[in-house]
Design a binder for this molecule. Structure first.
Ligand SMILES: Cc1cc2nc3c(=O)[nH]c(=O)nc-3n(C[C@H](O)[C@H](O)[C@H](O)COP(=O)(O)O)c2cc1C
Length: 356
């Protein structure tokens, strides 16, 4: 199935933002840092990127960690900056700061299930309190001219399915779109995303809906958009170690043509580049350990990766990381081998869930 639209044309509008891709990077704490967004951009100039979640209040109070998450490079555009929080005044001020620092869109998180975030009344905690969200949405809307979106789950649990109600409130308060992850808070990342519930929200709204949950391949993107009617899709776990997914999925959605998977050599070279960007930004002491999970994602599903993982886990310098990557590449006879796409996104290790 193809849309008849050629790559390079506007395919979806979120408020004043005209986008040339139907596929967006879902915000992911611990994943969507500057180096990752830079690598995604290398392979795709059109998709809307997202920052990691930024706690608005902590950012305004001077948190270095939040400031680092909120850094936007000019070549990342179009990029969404995602805020968490619950106090309308802080949220409005943080949204204005995000706009001033170059965000093309400000998104508000109503879906993060991490306990310390929920216990502070942020993220998915707001799914339990639809009566409270209007003033937050209005404060953000008033504070910025760039598009404003709300990212939510379909409910708290199966007895408290508030996603629809909150999506309607967002629309009434002037949000330009909602992102809907088809799980409840209680589901976390388990089970499968309920795209019927995503569809129900899409059918009820006038503003665009970005559907999200379990898109791992270009074929998934086409099928889930077709069944739900959403305006665009967002990919999270399927993008870990897989920056090619954005161009491949969008191209497939627009033209019906499946672009080839990267070769093993391209995977390894891209892993190497992302580690280099990380080390450039953080230095070797922090950048090398931070690189390990990314290398593991890049080689997920590839053959004989155990020695590579072991060597990467021992590495202390960029040179040692590169030796490990070179050794892996030399040991693989078939450079055209592709990872099994079914393995993307299947691993969600709780220790990656360090939301703040
Ligand atoms: C490691 C990790 C970190 C995440 N961090 C965020 C976040 O900061 N903000 C947010 O709205 N959602 C976050 N999410 C949820 C994703 O944006 C997305 O909604 C969810 O993973 C479902 O999409 P997927 O099946 O394509 O992964 C995170 C998910 C993962 C796996």
């Amino acid at each position: 199935m193809s849309t008849g639209t050629q790559p390079g044309q506007t395919v979806v509008r979120i408020g004043s933002l005209a986008l040339r891709s139907l596929v967006m990077l879902a915000p992911m704490a611990g994943v969507c840092d500057g180096p990752f967004k830079r690598v995604v951009r290398r392979f795709d100039t059109d998709s809307l990127l997202s920052t990691e979640l930024v706690n608005g209040e902590a950012w305004l109070r001077g948190s270095h960690e939040m400031a680092a998450r909120a850094v936007l490079h000019p070549d990342e555009t179009p990029v969404a900056l995602q805020l968490s929080g619950h106090d309308p005044d802080f949220l409005g001020r943080a949204a204005a700061k995000a706009e001033a620092e170059g965000a093309d869109l400000v998104d508000l998180n109503l879906g993060c299930p991490a306990p310390h975030l929920v216990n502070s009344g942020n993220g998915a905690a707001l799914l339990r309190d639809p009566a409270a969200v209007g003033p937050m949405f209005e404060a953000v809307r008033r504070a910025i001219k760039v598009p404003f979106t709300v990212k939510l789950r379909i409910g708290w649990d199966e007895t408290l399915m508030t996603g629809m109600e909150i999506a309607r409130i967002a629309q009434e308060c002037g949000a330009d779109a909602v992102w809907v992850h088809g799980r409840t808070k209680v589901q976390g990342y388990g089970g499968t995303a309920d795209w019927e519930a995503v569809k129900a929200i899409k059918d009820a709204l006038r503003i665009p809906v970005i559907g999200n949950g379990d898109i791992l391949t270009p074929q998934d993107a086409v099928a889930k958009k077709a069944m739900s009617g959403v305006d665009a899709v967002a990919i999270g776990r399927g993008a870990m170690g897989n920056p090619w997914i954005f161009k491949r999925a969008n191209h497939f959605m627009l033209t019906g043509e499946l672009l080839p998977e990267p070769t093993l050599a391209e995977r390894i070279e891209t892993a190497r580049l992302q580690c280099h960007y990380l080390i450039e930004e953080l230095g070797e002491r922090l950048g090398v350990p931070e690189s390990r999970k990314h290398v593991a994602w890049y080689v997920r599903g590839l053959p004989e990766t155990q020695p590579l993982r072991a060597a990467v886990n021992q590495a202390k310098t960029e040179a040692e990381l590169n030796v490990a990557l070179d050794a892996y590449l030399e040991a693989q006879p078939d450079l055209a081998v592709a990872a099994d796409p079914a393995l993307y996104g299947t691993l969600v290790d709780p220790k990656w869930m360090r939301y703040k």
